[in-house]
Design a protein. Structure first.
Lengths: 217, 217
DNA sequence: AAACAACAGGGTAAAAACAGCTTTTCTTAA
DNA sequence: TTAAGAAAAGCTGTTTTTACCCTGTTGTTT
């Protein structure tokens, strides 16, 4: 396992983190950093089929092209490249989403250096890195067979706009004015959303929008 | 300015970031890292009056004792120590809060290494480091003379419970039942909150609770 | 005794929730 | 090209909930 360094790339929008990690890993003789990028788009530009990294350390929240999209793209375009997600969040959603997107492992930024190096080596040789975080969420996602919950994508453009305007102290009548629509049409949107997402009140509408990140506070 | 290295400490709960930053700054001959800590509590343990850092790089979100509390404590206990806030967020609230807590500057984690070193040197010699982020927010906070907004602490225990229950699809009548009170009493709470915080609808109540972190999603 | 806060009541008008039905507009497939 | 169907927009109602007003009781503080 010690015959050569593992070639990696780092994708993270926080320059200080990225450069810090590069400096840290440069000290190790286990890995070799080919390049770094501040988001998925930059990764697409910098990655080179002639000199592919074995493992990419991938952040999730990034401008322009985030970790989910970047992981999907890279695992599809270069199937030999493994992705190790590196994030601050230990919540279910990002972990499961990153694994679904094609990541072979998930590590928290609060991990120790030794664990990071171990994860890189493991993922390079076996294709995945299993830790408590990942195995726990995997089991959970198996037990919880994706509630078949109505998808947010089932919302039309107008319904979305209505939903966003509902998260204010405007009355439905005022919302109708703002959207240049009849109050009755607004009422149709309201009912459609109520049925689709099992909501019974305007308060429920607001809560739904917030939980699904459909509005910004 | 080159007669000696600037002594610093790093406080951040993400080990990989912290260690990475240490490795990065170790390459520079401008700074010397005395110690690091993963949160405010650890900082309190590790800091030593005999060998104080000149500048502390301080994260905001940390377990046990966050950046606000840690900055307040350290600037009060050791007035000679300067704090440079280091965060991912470029929003108003954390910036202004950290400056109020005693930080002499605020830098984003997406900054470049050179800017970090410059900020450390500047804050060590002048006590503060001014960049567009900081100056802009400072001006804004001056123009916006803290809206004299009614304090959240003016909420009674029952009003708070009512407010939290309002963030659901329960009707006021059902909330009254849950709290073993008359619907009229609930109506009094509602009116009191409406007047105190200039709210005109139940939706406003929900939005207020969320913005002020009075409920957990 | 006055002032205050918490609780409780009646009444009213507006807004929200719910139901059922018609018209317009846009696909799409015969 | 048009007939059929679906989706979006619109309308008429009714009931329930919310928002707002003012009054009154009780118990505590000053």
């Amino acid at each position: 396992m010690q015959d050569k360094r593992t070639a990696i790339a780092i994708v993270d929008d926080h320059t200080l983190f990225r450069k810090g990690l590069m400096s840290l890993l440069a000290e190790s003789d286990e890995v070799e950093i080919l390049f770094d990028a501040s988001n998925g788009l930059e990764l697409k530009k910098n990655i080179n089929a002639e000199n592919l990294p074995e493992v990419i350390l991938m952040d999730i929240n990034m401008p322009q092209m985030d970790g989910y999209a970047a992981t999907k793209w890279v695992t599809k375009t270069y199937p030999s490249v493994k992705v190790l997600a590196l994030s601050m969040f230990d919540e279910d959603k990002p972990i499961i989403e990153m694994l679904k997107s094609g990541a072979g492992g998930y590590l928290l930024k609060e991990s120790k250096t030794t664990e990071l190096v171990l994860a890189i080596k493991t993922i390079a040789s076996h294709g995945f890195y299993m830790n408590n975080l990942v195995s726990g969420k995997l089991i959970k996602s198996l037990q919880d067979p994706v509630p078949a919950k109505s998808e947010i994508s089932e919302i039309s453009a107008n319904e979305l706009k209505f939903l966003q305007l509902s998260c204010s102290e405007l009355t439905y009548k005022e919302i109708a004015d703002k959207m240049n629509l009849s109050p009755h049409t607004i009422d149709n949107y309201r009912e459609a959303l109520f049925h689709k997402f099992e909501i019974r009140s305007r308060t429920g509408l607001v809560l739904f929008a917030i939980k699904n990140d459909l509005i910004k506070l």
